[in-house]
Structures are given as C-alpha cells and as structure tokens.
Design a protein around this ligand. Structure first.
Ligand code: CP
Length: 330
C-alpha cells in the first residue's frame, strides 16, 4: 500500500509541463533487458529520468552477452561501475535473485520467465484502486494463458493479499489445477470464460504467449479465439461497472476483440500511464538514500513542483552523498 500511495503522488508529476523532480539526482539506474519490451523498459527509463536519475539502457544484442559472457559476469561488470539500481528482464525464472546475490545495487525484477512481473501487478493494483476506490472485496477474473503468465502469478499474489477474490479461466492445458492452491485462500478455477466473468468487477485478459509454449496447448488460434476471446457480449455478464484490463502486448482478435479493447470499459492505456508512476515509486524507494526512505515511510513523498521546503522527494536528497553501502534488495 505504501508503494501504491507513493506512486499516486508521483502520478501528478507526469501531468505537469515540466515532468521532472530532483529526487534521484546523481543516482544511476541500469535497464538490463534480455527480452523484448515496449511498456516496461520505456516506463522504467522515463521513471528514472523524471526522478533525475541517470538511466542507461543495455540490450542483449549490443552487449557482450552476445559474445558469450555469462549473466553473472555481466552483472559483476555492471556492479563495478557503481549503479544504484539494476532493472532486469530475463527469460529465466530467478534471474533477478541470481543478480541480487552478486550485486550491492538494488535489483528490480522487470519480468523473469513465466515466474513473476511484480511491477506489472503493482500498476494493475494502482489502476484498479484508481477506478474502483478500493481493492478489498472486489472480484477479479484473470483469463487466458495462465500457465505461462508471470503477470497472472504476480496479480494472484498481490490482489489476493490486498483483499480481492481472484478467479482464473482458460483451457485445462493452460490453467492447471495446481493454480487453485497458489495462495492460502485459494484461487477459483473456471473452464468457461462466461463463468469467470459473471459478476466480475475486473476482467483481466492475458496474452497468448506463443513464445513460451513448447507444446500444442489447443488445436488452433482460431479455436482459442472462439472459446476464450473476450467479446462485448461477455461484459453483459460482469458487474455493471466492470473494467477491462490487459497488460499488453495485445493480440487483437485472439484474446480480446477490438470493440472491447477500444471500448469505454477498457483501462489498457491507463495501465500504461500508471506504469510510469509505479516504477517511479519503486526506483525512489530502492535507490533513494535509506534516510530519505525512512523519513517517508508511513507518508508518501511530497513532490510539489518548485517546492523546496515541503518537498522531501523533490528536494530532500539535494546535496547528500550516500555514506553506507546498502545490502542487496530484490
Ligand atoms: N506488460 C509488459 O510487460 O509489456 P512489455 O513486454 O511491452 O514490457
């Protein structure tokens, strides 16, 4: 909740003419992406820059990983240049944890294989709270390729922790029975999209992740679209004020129709907007000095434009140097 409250405060910065505060001036954030990304990578870079941090982007094709360097050696070499934070996306589950053990910089998981995508779940939670005013007691239906989805896992953990009831739906091959026991309270499993959507406050559609599918999980994309694609008629089963979400990238006409994706209930682009705010909050809380973060714990940073005395995040770190080496954080 502290992360969400902090992100809410940062959201206003993106609405200003001058979209920048000096909260992380002098800090360095490295984006290390081993997989393709549009939203996450760009929003982490924008977030770092709006906080005045120096942002460095490394892509695998232009790094020495393409010459055979190991992930650990890459991490050690990056650490030798004293970054404050490394944001990593990798196709292997656990890669961020692997880095966190080798680096003293804060490590942020920007998606690791089919494991987790924590900042996506945080931005989803922020978007739901913005539009519903709460998370507690909401019914959230997550539909699609649950088996290969790091977004589904992180949302199941986060939204149920924050009091929502989560049900997941998809073909049996992509929604295995073990998902029902993923959290203590249990996740409801539905086979039909219609059953999952009934009375749902939030309908979250996931992408068919063909790049991670090693098997024939369903006969054809056309058949999947017929049985599990979200169409306008499904929304008549949901709560009257139900909202539709998708983490992107979307496969229009497969898991979601264009009518729904571009319709009045769709918050897909709001999710992207909130991604910048959430990532600003994450970078601020991890790469700010411990004293800044301790001061701000329990109250969100104030980031009023032009303010120096009332703005801890905007002005509080000005002129300070970091005295202690922080331990690894993931
Ligand atoms: N939602 C998401 O992670 O999108 P990208 O793959 O474009 O970063």
């Amino acid at each position: 909740m502290h992360l969400l409250d902090t992100a809410e405060t940062f959201r206003d910065i993106s609405k200003r003419e001058i979209k920048k505060v000096p909260a992380l001036r002098g800090r360095t954030v490295i984006n290390l992406f081993f997989e393709a990304s549009t939203r996450t990578r760009t929003s982490f870079e924008i977030a770092a820059k709006r906080l005045s941090a120096d942002a460095v982007n490394i892509s695998v094709s232009t790094s020495s990983v393409s010459k055979g360097e190991t992930l650990l050696d890459t991490a050690r070499n990056l650490q030798a240049m004293s970054p404050d934070c490394i944001v990593i996306r990798h196709s292997s589950a656990g890669a961020p944890y692997h880095l966190a053990r080798a680096c003293s910089a804060a490590i942020v998981n920007a998606g690791d294989g089919a494991h987790e995508h924590p900042t996506q779940a945080l931005l989803d939670a922020l978007t739901i709270r913005e539009h519903k005013g709460r998370l507690q007691g909401l019914k959230v239906a997550i539909i699609g390729d649950i088996l290969h989805s790091r977004v589904a896992r992180s949302n199941i953990y986060l939204l149920s922790k924050l009091g929502a009831t989560v049900s997941v739906a998809g073909p049996g091959t992509l929604v295995p029975a073990e998902f029902a026991g993923l959290i203590e309270q249990g996740v409801r499993l539905e086979r039909r999209i219609e059953d999952a959507v009934v009375d749902a406050d939030v309908v979250m559609i996931l992408r068919m992740q063909r790049e991670r599918q090693t098997d024939a999980f369903f006969p054809s994309m056309r058949e999947y679209a017929v049985h599990y694609g979200l169409h306008l008629n499904h929304l008549s089963l949901a709560a009257p004020d139900a909202i539709v979400m998708h983490p992107g990238p979307m496969n229009r006409g497969i898991e979601i129709s264009s009518e729904v994706a571009d319709g009045g209930r769709s918050l897909i682009l709001d999710q992207v907007t909130n991604g910048v705010a959430v990532r600003m909050a994450v970078l601020y809380l991890l790469a700010g000095t411990p004293s800044d973060v301790d001061e701000d714990r329990g109250s969100s940073p104030t980031v009023r434009e032009g303010s120096t005395d009332s703005s801890r995040a905007a002005g509080g770190v000005r002129g300070r140097t970091r005295k202690t080496k922080r331990g690894t954080r993931n």
